[in-house]
Design a protein. Structure first.
Length: 340
């Protein structure tokens, strides 16, 4: 269905802009009062002599003819059409928001406890990570409408009695929110540095009973510090996990680095496909046909969300003399949609 905008100028010209979500746009100039505009230049009778306006200040110092107005109208029309066809507007047309956190709580305070569980501990988390995750505001808090997760270099012993040289934070929505299928996205500015490992990801809600990787894992965004221009999107399941997952990557052009600005990381998850996006650019699609022969596609039940910044691990390796601390990940929002 198209949308129309009308702009009317004096002199009887109405310019109608018509756009549709199919990508078509048209700018149409319509003369609505021939009496005002008169016939074409070739048949128009000579104009009567006009009385000169005595005051110079009353003259229009910037005379603009109708062709200029029409050119301006076309530009405005195309701009309006582009807005209507933008990914955000198309998203609104296709999806219904089911859950979100805009992190608009008081600056300096922990994130909303009705939405997030803060995990703690220094047990390596299955990846030989070096940090202890804490629930301290030094490691996780809200500030100026954003979630801030900060990795620190410090000597720290948590309640589990494990002594570590780094701290950070890890959040999940388990027990608070989970969903099967939909669009899951976050706008994030990641940290940087050798051994730094930020992630926005999902785990199957049945992890406590099915275990990992049978529960399934969807890594919407992972970055390892030695690849500053690249992020990875990955699926882990039974028979395709660890070092042999279903995975692909997206690289910024011209050597740009993800840590220099915010980017939107998303997946669109359907029963027979999971698509990976960076800034609304599709870069990978995984389907049951990609699963190794004889293995199961386990992405057909509720998953919950996670955000964390790890320090060190089997994949990113470990900080070195080039790694600077503190390092923070800034999350502008997390939003979840379902199909209309």
């Amino acid at each position: 269905m198209g949308r129309e905008w009308f702009v009317r100028w004096s002199g009887g010209i109405t310019v109608a802009f018509v756009s549709s979500f199919s990508g078509r746009a048209m700018a149409e100039a319509n003369v609505v009062s021939s009496a005002l505009l008169g016939p074409s230049a070739s048949t128009r009778p000579p104009r009567p002599t006009q009385r000169r306006i005595p005051s110079e200040s009353c003259r229009n110092p910037f005379p603009v003819n109708r062709s200029v107005f029409l050119a301006i109208a076309v530009v405005i029309g195309l701009t309006c059409a582009a807005i209507a066809q933008s990914p955000s507007n198309q998203k609104t047309a296709s999806w219904t928001l089911t859950w979100s956190d805009e992190f608009n709580g008081p600056s300096g305070e922990l994130p909303d406890a009705s939405k997030w569980v803060i995990e703690t501990g220094g047990r390596g988390w299955g990846n030989n990570e070096l940090e202890t995750y804490t629930a301290r505001t030094q490691n996780v808090h809200q500030a100026d409408g954003k979630l801030v997760i900060t990795a620190l270099k410090e000597d720290f012993t948590g309640p589990d009695g494990i002594a570590r040289n780094y701290t950070s934070a890890r959040l999940k929505t388990a027990g608070k929110f989970s969903q099967t299928y939909g669009r899951f996205e976050a706008r994030i500015k990641i940290p940087r540095g050798q051994g730094i490992w930020p992630a926005f990801w999902m785990l199957g809600e049945d992890i406590a009973t099915a275990g990992w990787p049978a529960c399934g894992e969807i890594d919407i965004m992972e970055n390892v510090g030695f690849e500053p221009s690249k992020v990875h999107g990955t699926l882990h399941g039974p028979g395709y996990s660890g070092e042999n997952p279903l995975t692909d990557s997206y690289a910024l052009p011209d050597g740009k680095r993800f840590a220099d600005d915010f980017h939107i990381f998303a997946v669109e998850w359907e029963p027979e496909a999971i698509r990976f996006y960076v800034d609304d650019a599709l870069y990978a699609t995984q389907t049951p046909k990609d699963v190794p022969t004889g293995k199961r596609w386990v992405f057909n039940h509720p998953f919950f969300l996670l955000l964390n910044v790890a320090v060190g691990g089997n994949w990113p390796k470990y900080p070195d003399e080039t790694t600077q601390f503190p390092q923070s990940m800034f999350v502008d929002y997390v939003r979840v949609y379902s199909r209309k």
